[in-house]
Design a protein around this ligand. Sequence first.
Ligand SMILES: [Zn+2]
Ligand SMILES: [Zn+2]
Length: 324
Amino acid sequence: MIRFAVLGSGSSGNCSVVSMGHDHVLIDIGLSARQIEQRLESIGLVADQISAVVLTHEHSDHTCGLDVFLRKRAGLPVFATSHTCAVVKEGLRRQPKWQVFHAGDAFAVGTFEVESFSVPHDAVDPVGFVFRGEGLGLGSLSDTGHVTHLIRERLRDLDALHVEANYDEMLLQNDRKRPWATKQRISSRHGHLSNTQAADLVAEVASERLRWVVLNHLSKDCNNAPLAGGEVGKALRQRGLDQVTVHCASQKTPLPFLEIRPPAPACSDALAADSTGRDQAGAARSQQSHHSSPARGLQEDPSPFVHQILPLTEYVQQEWGFEN
Ligand SMILES: [Zn+2]
Ligand SMILES: [Zn+2]
């Protein structure tokens, strides 16, 4: 079983955890060490259980917690491309056990097999990841300016997706806080993904295997969970993929563990039905995929599309910051 939780996501900081067995791996570490410790506890983990960190890129909203987190965990393995490592290590008072790879490499992190792939973003060497284990696959794509053929191929036919949906195009266009140059940067081919880009990507790569999608890095001013979740959910419905639930990560509130489980061993009936075996395996997987615990603010909706609806204040009380 693979479990995945978002400790926090947005322009002020990004950190999520992917777990399998005793392996608990942080994807990015862009919250304060204290916040990470507190939020891990809220989802049933303690920080000393973290076995490794993988970095997507060097921007501070993805790396700012690393230095203090290492204070008590000096030997922690941190996986990064050589270019990302070179930038991040400059800002650290103490060094982790760096595990350097090249974008495109596959490598082991504990019992996970991890595939990395390049993404277009204004960082030195940004990457996305696919985590595999027990026959399952989880794709993770954060800051990305546009969807490339490589991204589509890497994220195709997985069991779960963690994908950026940074902004609603109309809200960004009408936003009065951001200078024109910042808006240009966000929407550029090396900026961030819009809801529409995320929806097109998810709908294209999804198969009947896909159980859930978590949308990340939602802009506090230029997006919200109903808009982002609604657009991605609609795109999946149009493809007839009603088994998929869509969740939105938030900046302030952790999104508790979601699970994907291996398919149950095929019964004799399923083995006999050659032409329908895949569908039955998919149905079994569907029955076994569920939340490990009820998510705070996440209602069990009778519809297949579940959005984490946050109080409006979640989006209007935070200080304005540039999208990183
Ligand atoms: Zn970034
Ligand atoms: Zn970012």
